[in-house]
Design a protein around this ligand. Structure first.
Ligand code: AHR
Length: 326
């Protein structure tokens, strides 16, 4: 064999080895073989403006990152999410991500994913599983902190009040992390002040329609309501309709503190109908795609990634409204 032929053969072998490394590692969305990273994502539903913005963010981010997204809408039902996760396992997706509708009851299906060697990322909401090996990372807000911010605002707002302050609470979906945590954080913030009385508290399932319905019932059953604490903006917006239909002025006769910071709530704030809004950021798509790539590549990722969030007074919301993305 001539020297020239031998060196061509060596160079060819090196190219083949490098190509094999590139396609086997799974570190990038577009692998050497042309295989795209496949992410199965089970979304809670389409219950709120926040959720719609979250879905859009994830779908757009997947496109941008060259990730094939298998998207499934659970319509607020845990059994639908479990079915979707099982179907992702059968389809052998690279990574499973989901936003759990409720906190408990996930261990069995998460164990199935683990046995199939498919990493799982929790987005937005947590599970109460004791076995942390069942998921790789949890990306989302600190809901206890959000509830605390709402409670802290209330304490300041009523610092000078001496009589009872009657609060009604519209809770999110029963058993969900944001409902549990926002309730706990709020209770913690006001616990040192006996004048705050939570006189009624019921789920409005994070929807506008339910928020309105439950607020109508509160208005009938309670003789004096000073404050509404809503676990999300959609329920607050539904409640505003009920308050107005009852002939009262939202934001004045009944003060309203809410969570999310969606555009419609900012509009209501600019009209004086909501007094304080705690931000919950739905724009998690880019971070999720980045995490999915890293997890698939076997890179170390933080177990908990908290979303940066702020709060809004009516003045701040009015100023932010023209540029609000969701
Ligand atoms: O999990 C986030 C919460 O779920 C948002 O506050 C709410 O609007 C949504 O439905």
């Amino acid at each position: 064999m001539s020297k020239r032929v031998a060196s061509v053969l060596v160079a060819g072998a090196m190219v083949a080895v490098l190509a094999a490394c590139g396609s086997g590692g799974g570190g990038s969305a577009e692998k050497g073989s042309g295989h795209k990273l496949v992410v199965g994502f089970s979304q809670v539903g389409a219950e709120s403006g926040w959720r719609t913005a979250n879905t859009k963010s994830i779908q757009e981010a997947a496109k941008k990152a060259g990730v094939e997204l298998k998207f499934s809408d659970a319509q607020q039902k845990q059994e639908n999410q479990i079915k979707a996760i099982r179907s992702f396992i059968q389809q052998k997706v690279d990574v499973i991500a989901f936003s759990p509708v409720v906190e408990s009851g996930w261990d069995t299906v998460l164990k199935e994913a683990k046995d199939a060697h498919i990493p799982v990322i929790l987005t937005d909401r947590a599970v109460d599983s004791k076995d942390e090996s069942l998921y790789a990372s949890f990306l989302g807000s600190d809901f206890v902190e959000e509830g605390k911010k709402a409670g802290d605002w209330l304490v300041k707002e009523y610092a000078a009040a001496s009589g009872d302050v009657n609060v009604v609470q519209l809770e999110g979906t029963t058993g969900s992390a944001p409902a549990n945590d926002r309730k706990a954080g709020f209770a913690d913030a006001v616990k040192g002040e006996p004048k705050f009385k939570v006189v009624a508290s019921q789920t409005g399932d994070f929807t506008r329609a339910k928020g309105k319905e439950v607020m109508q019932a509160f208005l009938k059953s309670q003789s004096k309501i000073d404050v509404l604490y809503a676990h999300n903006d959609d329920m607050a917006l539904g409640a505003i309709q009920a308050i107005e239909e009852a002939g009262k002025k939202p934001g004045t006769d009944i003060k309203i503190v809410s969570v999310d910071g969606v555009k419609d709530a900012f509009t209501a704030m600019s009209q004086g109908k909501i007094n304080f809004d705690v931000e919950c950021n739905p724009l998690l798509g880019d971070q999720l795609m980045d995490l999915a790539k890293k997890v698939k590549a076997g890179e170390q990722v933080p177990r908990r990634i908290k979303t940066e969030e702020s709060t809004f007074t009516p003045e701040q919301a009015t100023a932010a409204l023209p540029n609000r993305q969701y």
